[in-house]
Design a protein. Structure first.
Length: 254
Protein backbone atom coordinates (compact mmCIF):
# COMPACT_ATOMS: atom_id res chain seq x y z
CA UNK A 1 0.00 0.00 0.00
CA UNK A 2 2.70 2.40 1.06
CA UNK A 3 4.74 1.73 -2.06
CA UNK A 4 1.75 2.48 -4.29
CA UNK A 5 1.18 5.88 -2.63
CA UNK A 6 4.80 6.85 -3.28
CA UNK A 7 4.44 6.04 -6.96
CA UNK A 8 1.28 8.14 -7.22
CA UNK A 9 2.97 11.13 -5.65
CA UNK A 10 5.80 10.89 -8.09
CA UNK A 11 3.34 10.73 -10.94
CA UNK A 12 1.57 13.85 -9.68
CA UNK A 13 4.85 15.75 -9.36
CA UNK A 14 5.85 14.63 -12.83
CA UNK A 15 2.49 15.69 -14.22
CA UNK A 16 2.77 19.20 -12.75
CA UNK A 17 6.41 19.47 -13.74
CA UNK A 18 5.38 18.85 -17.32
CA UNK A 19 2.07 20.70 -17.47
CA UNK A 20 2.86 23.87 -15.52
CA UNK A 21 5.70 25.13 -17.75
CA UNK A 22 3.57 24.26 -20.78
CA UNK A 23 0.65 26.30 -19.40
CA UNK A 24 2.95 29.22 -18.66
CA UNK A 25 4.39 29.04 -22.17
CA UNK A 26 0.94 28.94 -23.75
CA UNK A 27 -0.21 31.89 -21.63
CA UNK A 28 2.73 33.95 -22.84
CA UNK A 29 2.48 32.88 -26.47
CA UNK A 30 -1.24 33.54 -26.69
CA UNK A 31 -0.98 37.16 -25.65
CA UNK A 32 -2.79 39.07 -28.38
CA UNK A 33 -3.09 42.81 -28.26
CA UNK A 34 -6.49 44.40 -27.77
CA UNK A 35 -7.85 45.76 -31.05
CA UNK A 36 -7.98 49.35 -29.88
CA UNK A 37 -4.32 49.46 -28.88
CA UNK A 38 -3.08 49.17 -32.43
CA UNK A 39 -3.84 51.55 -35.27
CA UNK A 40 -5.20 49.31 -37.97
CA UNK A 41 -6.34 51.76 -40.59
CA UNK A 42 -6.53 49.33 -43.47
CA UNK A 43 -8.96 51.50 -45.41
CA UNK A 44 -6.29 54.18 -45.61
CA UNK A 45 -3.40 51.86 -46.28
CA UNK A 46 -4.51 48.92 -48.37
CA UNK A 47 -1.36 47.26 -49.61
CA UNK A 48 -1.34 45.51 -52.98
CA UNK A 49 0.21 42.21 -53.99
CA UNK A 50 3.74 43.49 -54.54
CA UNK A 51 5.08 45.47 -51.61
CA UNK A 52 8.31 46.07 -49.73
CA UNK A 53 9.08 47.88 -46.46
CA UNK A 54 12.28 49.92 -46.39
CA UNK A 55 13.42 50.41 -42.80
CA UNK A 56 16.12 52.74 -41.51
CA UNK A 57 17.90 52.32 -38.16
CA UNK A 58 20.19 54.39 -35.95
CA UNK A 59 19.07 57.87 -37.05
CA UNK A 60 18.08 60.56 -37.39
CA UNK A 61 21.38 61.98 -38.62
CA UNK A 62 22.68 64.74 -40.86
CA UNK A 63 21.83 62.46 -43.87
CA UNK A 64 18.18 61.91 -43.00
CA UNK A 65 16.90 65.21 -44.42
CA UNK A 66 18.22 64.36 -47.92
CA UNK A 67 16.56 60.95 -47.65
CA UNK A 68 13.26 62.60 -46.66
CA UNK A 69 13.52 64.93 -49.66
CA UNK A 70 13.82 61.93 -51.98
CA UNK A 71 11.06 59.94 -50.29
CA UNK A 72 8.76 62.95 -50.58
CA UNK A 73 9.61 63.33 -54.27
CA UNK A 74 8.53 59.73 -54.98
CA UNK A 75 5.69 59.82 -52.42
CA UNK A 76 7.08 56.73 -50.68
CA UNK A 77 6.57 55.84 -47.01
CA UNK A 78 9.22 54.06 -44.95
CA UNK A 79 9.94 53.22 -41.32
CA UNK A 80 12.56 54.76 -39.07
CA UNK A 81 13.76 52.92 -35.96
CA UNK A 82 15.35 55.83 -34.18
CA UNK A 83 17.80 56.03 -31.33
CA UNK A 84 16.56 58.31 -28.54
CA UNK A 85 19.92 60.06 -28.31
CA UNK A 86 19.85 60.86 -32.05
CA UNK A 87 16.25 62.02 -31.83
CA UNK A 88 17.38 64.48 -29.15
CA UNK A 89 20.12 65.71 -31.47
CA UNK A 90 17.88 66.03 -34.57
CA UNK A 91 14.37 66.79 -33.28
CA UNK A 92 13.29 68.80 -36.35
CA UNK A 93 14.28 65.97 -38.68
CA UNK A 94 12.36 63.45 -36.60
CA UNK A 95 9.29 65.70 -36.49
CA UNK A 96 9.47 66.13 -40.25
CA UNK A 97 9.72 62.35 -40.80
CA UNK A 98 6.66 61.83 -38.62
CA UNK A 99 4.70 64.70 -40.22
CA UNK A 100 5.43 63.31 -43.68
CA UNK A 101 3.76 60.02 -42.77
CA UNK A 102 6.67 57.71 -42.02
CA UNK A 103 6.50 55.20 -39.19
CA UNK A 104 8.66 56.10 -36.21
CA UNK A 105 9.81 53.07 -34.24
CA UNK A 106 12.01 52.69 -31.18
CA UNK A 107 15.66 51.51 -31.40
CA UNK A 108 16.38 52.20 -27.70
CA UNK A 109 17.96 55.35 -26.30
CA UNK A 110 21.64 54.51 -26.68
CA UNK A 111 21.62 51.54 -29.06
CA UNK A 112 21.61 49.12 -26.17
CA UNK A 113 22.78 45.56 -26.70
CA UNK A 114 19.98 43.43 -25.19
CA UNK A 115 22.21 40.41 -24.72
CA UNK A 116 24.56 42.20 -22.36
CA UNK A 117 21.88 44.23 -20.53
CA UNK A 118 19.49 43.55 -17.70
CA UNK A 119 15.71 43.66 -18.15
CA UNK A 120 15.61 46.89 -16.15
CA UNK A 121 18.24 48.52 -18.37
CA UNK A 122 16.36 47.48 -21.50
CA UNK A 123 13.05 48.73 -20.13
CA UNK A 124 14.61 52.06 -19.14
CA UNK A 125 16.23 52.48 -22.54
CA UNK A 126 13.03 51.67 -24.46
CA UNK A 127 11.01 53.98 -22.18
CA UNK A 128 13.53 56.81 -22.50
CA UNK A 129 13.44 56.58 -26.30
CA UNK A 130 9.63 56.45 -26.24
CA UNK A 131 9.49 59.57 -24.05
CA UNK A 132 11.78 61.53 -26.35
CA UNK A 133 9.98 60.48 -29.53
CA UNK A 134 6.53 61.19 -28.09
CA UNK A 135 7.79 64.53 -26.77
CA UNK A 136 8.77 65.50 -30.32
CA UNK A 137 6.03 63.88 -32.43
CA UNK A 138 3.21 63.61 -29.89
CA UNK A 139 2.95 59.86 -30.55
CA UNK A 140 4.48 57.03 -28.58
CA UNK A 141 6.13 54.38 -30.80
CA UNK A 142 4.44 50.98 -30.90
CA UNK A 143 7.25 49.11 -32.60
CA UNK A 144 10.73 48.29 -31.34
CA UNK A 145 13.70 46.98 -33.26
CA UNK A 146 16.35 45.59 -30.94
CA UNK A 147 19.84 46.93 -31.75
CA UNK A 148 21.75 44.28 -33.76
CA UNK A 149 18.47 42.32 -33.84
CA UNK A 150 19.52 40.38 -30.75
CA UNK A 151 16.90 39.38 -28.21
CA UNK A 152 16.31 36.36 -26.07
CA UNK A 153 12.95 34.63 -26.10
CA UNK A 154 12.13 35.91 -22.61
CA UNK A 155 13.14 39.48 -23.43
CA UNK A 156 10.65 39.45 -26.30
CA UNK A 157 7.93 38.36 -23.89
CA UNK A 158 8.85 40.82 -21.15
CA UNK A 159 7.94 44.05 -22.95
CA UNK A 160 4.53 45.23 -24.13
CA UNK A 161 5.62 46.11 -27.60
CA UNK A 162 5.81 44.83 -31.15
CA UNK A 163 9.22 43.74 -32.35
CA UNK A 164 10.32 44.08 -35.95
CA UNK A 165 13.37 42.41 -37.42
CA UNK A 166 14.15 42.21 -41.13
CA UNK A 167 14.39 39.68 -43.95
CA UNK A 168 17.03 41.44 -46.03
CA UNK A 169 20.24 42.91 -44.60
CA UNK A 170 21.84 45.29 -47.10
CA UNK A 171 25.10 45.26 -45.10
CA UNK A 172 25.23 49.05 -45.38
CA UNK A 173 26.35 49.11 -41.75
CA UNK A 174 29.61 47.49 -42.87
CA UNK A 175 30.57 50.71 -44.67
CA UNK A 176 29.68 49.39 -48.13
CA UNK A 177 29.52 51.84 -51.03
CA UNK A 178 26.37 53.04 -52.78
CA UNK A 179 26.79 50.63 -55.73
CA UNK A 180 26.95 47.62 -53.42
CA UNK A 181 23.92 48.73 -51.36
CA UNK A 182 21.91 49.52 -54.48
CA UNK A 183 22.72 46.11 -56.04
CA UNK A 184 21.83 44.36 -52.80
CA UNK A 185 18.42 46.08 -52.63
CA UNK A 186 17.64 45.27 -56.25
CA UNK A 187 18.87 41.65 -55.99
CA UNK A 188 16.81 40.90 -52.88
CA UNK A 189 13.67 42.86 -53.82
CA UNK A 190 10.67 40.58 -53.54
CA UNK A 191 7.11 40.85 -52.24
CA UNK A 192 6.85 40.98 -48.45
CA UNK A 193 10.48 41.74 -47.66
CA UNK A 194 11.52 44.02 -44.81
CA UNK A 195 14.81 45.60 -45.84
CA UNK A 196 17.34 46.74 -43.24
CA UNK A 197 19.10 50.05 -43.95
CA UNK A 198 20.70 52.82 -41.91
CA UNK A 199 20.19 56.54 -42.50
CA UNK A 200 23.68 57.10 -41.14
CA UNK A 201 25.63 57.41 -44.37
CA UNK A 202 25.55 59.26 -47.67
CA UNK A 203 26.10 55.94 -49.47
CA UNK A 204 22.84 54.49 -48.14
CA UNK A 205 20.83 57.56 -49.04
CA UNK A 206 22.32 57.59 -52.56
CA UNK A 207 21.67 53.86 -53.04
CA UNK A 208 18.08 54.04 -51.79
CA UNK A 209 17.21 57.05 -53.93
CA UNK A 210 18.63 55.21 -56.95
CA UNK A 211 16.69 52.03 -56.14
CA UNK A 212 13.30 53.61 -55.38
CA UNK A 213 12.32 54.74 -58.92
CA UNK A 214 13.39 51.34 -60.29
CA UNK A 215 11.41 49.42 -57.67
CA UNK A 216 8.38 51.59 -58.44
CA UNK A 217 8.94 50.93 -62.14
CA UNK A 218 8.94 47.18 -61.39
CA UNK A 219 5.52 47.59 -59.80
CA UNK A 220 6.48 47.52 -56.11
CA UNK A 221 4.68 49.59 -53.53
CA UNK A 222 7.04 50.89 -50.85
CA UNK A 223 5.14 50.93 -47.59
CA UNK A 224 5.51 51.34 -43.84
CA UNK A 225 6.32 48.19 -41.95
CA UNK A 226 3.07 48.33 -39.93
CA UNK A 227 1.09 48.48 -43.16
CA UNK A 228 3.07 45.58 -44.60
CA UNK A 229 2.63 43.39 -41.52
CA UNK A 230 -1.12 44.00 -41.33
CA UNK A 231 -1.76 43.85 -45.09
CA UNK A 232 -3.68 40.57 -44.80
CA UNK A 233 -5.89 41.85 -41.99
CA UNK A 234 -4.03 39.91 -39.30
CA UNK A 235 -3.78 41.10 -35.73
CA UNK A 236 -0.18 41.42 -34.66
CA UNK A 237 1.07 39.81 -31.46
CA UNK A 238 3.40 41.31 -28.94
CA UNK A 239 6.62 39.52 -28.18
CA UNK A 240 7.38 38.00 -31.57
CA UNK A 241 10.02 39.48 -33.87
CA UNK A 242 8.31 39.97 -37.24
CA UNK A 243 10.54 39.87 -40.28
CA UNK A 244 8.43 39.42 -43.39
CA UNK A 245 4.85 39.46 -44.69
CA UNK A 246 3.95 38.28 -48.17
CA UNK A 247 0.62 38.92 -49.85
CA UNK A 248 -2.10 36.54 -48.68
CA UNK A 249 0.31 34.89 -46.20
CA UNK A 250 0.63 35.53 -42.49
CA UNK A 251 3.28 37.78 -41.00
CA UNK A 252 6.40 35.69 -40.42
CA UNK A 253 8.40 35.97 -37.21
CA UNK A 254 11.86 34.86 -36.02
NI1 LIG B 1 21.11 49.74 -34.92
Amino acid sequence: MKKKKKINKKRIYRFFAMVLPLCMLLAVLSRVIPDDSFRLDLSESSVGEKAIALTFDDGPTEYTAALLDGLSEYDVKVSFFVSGSKAEAYPETLKRAYDEGHLIGNHTYEHLNFLTSSSKEIENSIDKCNEIVSGITGVRPLFVRAPHGYTTFWQLKAFDTFFVKWSVDTNDWKGKDADYIYERIMDKASDGEIILLHDTSEATVEAVLRAIPELLEEGYELVRVDDLLTRNGDKLKMGVPYRKCEDEKGAVAF
